[in-house]
Design a protein around this ligand. Structure first.
Ligand code: ADE
Length: 240
């Protein structure tokens, strides 16, 4: 997958994507990141990319032309058609289902805003979708873009050393939260590993994990249960 980043700080996102699973995915050639800085397309000695908002008010607004030139350069760098995704708190809330959909595309173009926002005309003309990573305001879209890059990178085939591990994540197993995990030692002053996990009985272990996921989801995120893929028996068990 190819990801083009339109940002005043493309190195910031590249740094975030330099470690662990994402770094390895890039090394393995499963993911390439390309930064495009609107400042490189700005005119004048000061290479200005922002200006005061019409109508007054605080803050600055990112100007159309440097952003449009950067987006066009990014689009032209690869023949595959690209949808442009703008990261903003006004966007559609990111979910694992959306991440899966993004991860299946051959390329992403992520647009990061700074200051108070981006001239609306640029958004109307060039942006295909808007995504938010949550109901809070960041000082720019870069951290949100880094979140998207991380979440899609780990779903690229070959990115995780154990292919089964993505399927077991929270939200992947039928929309439920993940079960608890334990490793050695079995006995510790902080507690003992649940016996069923040491039993070697894989059917029992799977059943225990599923029930832990159900209980944990009900306790922590009851909002997820309505849409989760549960059997009638599981719904009855939870209700009991
Ligand atoms: N830019 C600023 N805040 C953001 C958020 N919550 N999600 C995505 N992009 C953002």
């Amino acid at each position: 997958m190819r990801i083009d980043l339109i940002s005043l700080f493309p190195e910031f996102v590249a740094q975030c994507a330099g470690f662990g699973v994402v770094g390895r995915a890039r090394e393995r050639g499963l993911l390439s990141l390309h930064g495009w800085n609107p400042r490189d397309y700005a005119e004048g000695n000061y290479r200005r990319v922002d200006d005061r908002p019409f109508g007054g008010g605080p803050g600055m607004v990112m100007m159309i032309d440097p952003l449009r030139a950067a987006i066009r350069a990014a689009r032209a760098a690869d023949p595959a058609p690209a949808r442009v995704t703008y990261l903003s708190p006004q966007g559609r809330p990111l979910t694992q289902a959306i991440v899966r959909e993004l991860a299946a595309r051959p390329r992403l173009v992520l647009l990061c805003g700074r200051y108070e926002g981006v001239d609306e005309r640029l958004l109307e003309a060039e942006v295909d979708e808007e995504l938010s990573i949550g109901d809070y305001v960041l000082s720019g879209g870069e951290l949100a873009a880094a979140v998207v890059v991380d979440a899609v990178a780990r779903l690229q085939e070959g990115a995780l050393n154990d292919a089964g591990s993505a399927a077991q994540d929270s939200f992947e197993a039928d929309g439920l939260l993940d079960c608890p995990h334990y490793t050695r030692p079995v006995e510790h002053e902080l507690g003992t590993v649940p016996e069923v996990l040491l039993s070697g009985n894989h059917a029992e272990i799977a059943r225990w994990r599923r029930r832990q996921s159900l209980l944990r989801t009900r306790r922590r995120r009851p909002d997820l249960l309505a849409a989760a893929d549960l059997s009638p028996e599981e719904r009855a068990w939870l209700a009991a």
